[in-house]
Each structure stands twice: as structure tokens, then as C-alpha cells.
Design a protein around this ligand. Structure first.
Ligand code: DQA
Length: 152
């Protein structure tokens, strides 16, 4: 794959993802968020993509971080809004402002789970969604953003 230059991607993790490793490992795996973020940074480095990661349990902090992506620093955004996927009009509205590639990621396949998880409020305003591939979903999302940025 071609090496990108000057590509910076913001990865946002929503509520309870700071508990990965301890949280329902049969659903979300045994790796911690620090493990996953480290792998994303390493993968990014190998592709010339700078990766900034952010996690919050607070809807308003996530909305404000999305606002930061309006300032031109990032080439794309990867977001796992976690439970807010299914409830947050505020996060949807913030994402709708972005004119960058945005990939929504879910570790689990939300469509195979409880009916309340089948509805994503955010999927209608993002570029694409990856669901059910575990941490690989984040890697694929970074790759996709690299390709979208270089191919237009
Ligand atoms: C999740 C799926 C959501 O339904 C859940 O609330 C999460 C994590 C996932 O990554 O599979 O917290 O977004």
C-alpha cells in the first residue's frame, strides 16, 4: 500500500470502551483500549498515518472533540460511539457537520445482538460503517481513510 504523507486521523472511542479487557470479554475481547490504541498508532506509523486517539464516557466531550475535527487538523475520523450510537442525536448532528471521511466502527456485530442495538443514529451521516470484526475494524477503517484521502 502506498505510504501517505501528512495524513492525521482522529480515533474516538465512546463510553465504557475504557473498560475493554475487563468488559464482557466474550463480546469485546481481552485486549485493553491501551493495547488497541498502541496497535493503531503502530499500524499508522507503518503507513505514514499519524493516529490521535481519544476516549470519553461523556457525550458532551465527544461532541466537542468532533467539533475539533472541523478545524482542519485531521484528514479523517474513526469513531466507535459505543452506546451513544443508539441514542445520541447530538453526536449524529456533530458528525453531520464534517466534510471528511468518517468511519464508524463497532467491535461486535451490532446487527446480531439485541434489537435496541440494531439502530445506529450515526450510520446515516458517516462515510461507512464496519461492525463485528473486533479490533481489526479500526485497522480497516484507518486503511480506508488512507485510501479515500489519496484516491479522492
Ligand atoms: C459497541 C456496540 C454498542 O452497542 C455498545 O453499546 C458498545 C460497544 C461495539 O463496539 O461493539 O459499547 O459500539
Amino acid at each position: 500500500m502506498a505510504v501517505e504523507t501528512g495524513v492525521k486521523v482522529l480515533v474516538i472511542h465512546g463510553p465504557n470502551l475504557d473498560m475493554l479487557g475487563k468488559r464482557e470479554p466474550e463480546v469485546y475481547g481481552r485486549e485493553t483500549l491501551a493495547d488497541i490504541d498502541g496497535e493503531l498508532r503502530e499500524f499508522g506509523q507503518s503507513r505514514g498515518i499519524e493516529v490521535e486517539t481519544f476516549q470519553s464516557n461523556s457525550e458532551s466531550a465527544i461532541v466537542e472533540k468532533i467539533h475539533d475535527a472541523l478545524l482542519g487538523e485531521y484528514s479523517g475520523v474513526v469513531i466507535n460511539p459505543a452506546a451513544y450510537t443508539h441514542t445520541s442525536v447530538a453526536i449524529r448532528d456533530a458528525l453531520a457537520m464534517l466534510e471528511l471521511p468518517v468511519v464508524e466502527v463497532h467491535l461486535s456485530n451490532i446487527y446480531k445482538r439485541e434489537p435496541f442495538r440494531h439502530k445506529s443514529l450515526t450510520s446515516g451521516v458517516v462515510t461507512g460503517q464496519i461492525s463485528g470484526l473486533g479490533k481489526n475494524g479500526y485497522i480497516l477503517a484507518l486503511q480506508a481513510i488512507g485510501m479515500l484521502v489519496s484516491n479522492g
